[in-house]
Design a protein around this ligand. Structure first.
Ligand code: NAD
Length: 299
């Protein structure tokens, strides 16, 4: 079975690496955090002392890092760029959510040196990473996609080929911008109904079965108590943090600016989530925007 180097074993990368081990891959894992390394070792990864050591003999190199600057430093312009050590024929799969420009730039630099790099951001959150049900949105050539797919299958359920390099990041930005708009609209409508005496559960069911039906109403109701397992019913803990949504909306605004695509709804949603964060709610699940409408300060 192939050797996979895995760099970035945080909330997402840790469980993703564990699923590769379960699927039979040899996983050479590296993270800057000792605690993350200990967990990875307990889950069957071979822990190594540098990204370079992880990548040297790997057939696949997967990264799951916070932002574009970390990805560029890891592969291209850090102290020990992995582009200097990857073996011929290896495929690099960057699963981090980063700006499309950096993804394209790193892929271009790799291509000039005969190194294969694809962007493959994910949707599905920590729960999806743990369950191995992530959606991967890949940007790269047909051949690169075909080569990446079996590895991604071990960590996900839906594997999409969005287009050429950077297309994965653009598609992810489109999706998360739409999600933010849907969530904001859903909070707004439920709050208006409740202020007018409606039961939030009854109103939610009406809208779910009507033309306002959407993903937030179906599986992620933002009003506490309407949906037992939604973050709203657990004090907005777990789920997808406001901070991460704001990061993704920033990436969406970059895409919009570079392509002159108008995004007034996305801009409004970004402003709402930023105001909500300013109220001290950055670490709460993004459906806590409900509290912004209710004018509750981080209760
Ligand atoms: P995280 O902060 O939990 O993990 C990032 C890890 O990268 C940390 O363990 C950190 O120590 C490590 N790291 C940073 N620089 C490194 C380097 N140079 N070498 C080795 N390790 C390094 O973040 P996360 O929640 O796992 O998110 C990772 C990526 O996935 C982000 O781009 C995020 O936007 C994206 N994402 C997150 C979610 C989510 O729900 N958490 C969902 C979809 C996508």
């Amino acid at each position: 079975m192939a050797i996979v180097a895995f760099v970035g074993l945080g909330n997402m990368g840790g469980p993703m690496a564990a699923n590769l081990v379960k699927a039979g891959y040899t996983v050479r894992a590296f993270d800057l955090s000792e605690a993350a390394l200990e967990t990875a070792q307990s889950q069957g990864c071979e822990v190594v002392s540098s990204a370079r050591e992880a990548a040297a003999e790997a057939d696949f190199i997967i990264s799951m890092l916070p932002a574009g600057k970390h990805v560029k430093a890891l592969y291209v312009d850090g102290d020990v760029p992995l582009f200097d050590v990857v073996q011929p024929g290896a495929l690099i799969i960057d699963c981090s959510t980063i700006d499309a420009d950096t993804a394209r730039n790193v892929a271009d630099i790799g291509e000039k040196r005969g190194i294969s790099f694809v962007d493959a951001p994910v949707s599905g959150g920590v729960g999806g990473a743990q369950a191995g049900t992530l959606t991967f949105i890949v940007g790269g050539s047909d051949d690169q996609f075909a080569k990446a797919k079996p590895v991604l299958d071990a960590m996900g359920k839906n594997i999409f080929h969005a287009g050429d390099h950077g297309a994965g990041q653009v598609a992810k930005a489109c999706n998360n911008m739409l999600l933010s708009v849907l969530m904001a609209g859903t909070c707004e409508a439920i709050n208006m109904g409740v202020k007018n005496g409606l039961d939030p559960a009854v109103l939610s069911e009406i809208m779910k079965q009507s033309s306002g039906g959407n993903w937030a109403l179906n599986v992620y109701n933002p009003y506490p108590g309407v949906m037992e397992n939604a973050p709203a019913s657990k004090g907005y803990q777990g789920g997808f943090q406001v901070d991460l949504m704001i990061k993704d909306l920033g990436l969406a605004m970059d895409v919009s600016q570079q392509s002159a695509a108008p995004v007034p709804m996305g801009s409004a949603a970004r402003a709402l989530f930023t105001l909500h964060k300013a109220g001290g709610n950055g670490k709460l699940d993004f459906s806590s925007l409900m509290q912004f409408y209710q004018d509750k300060k981080g209760e």
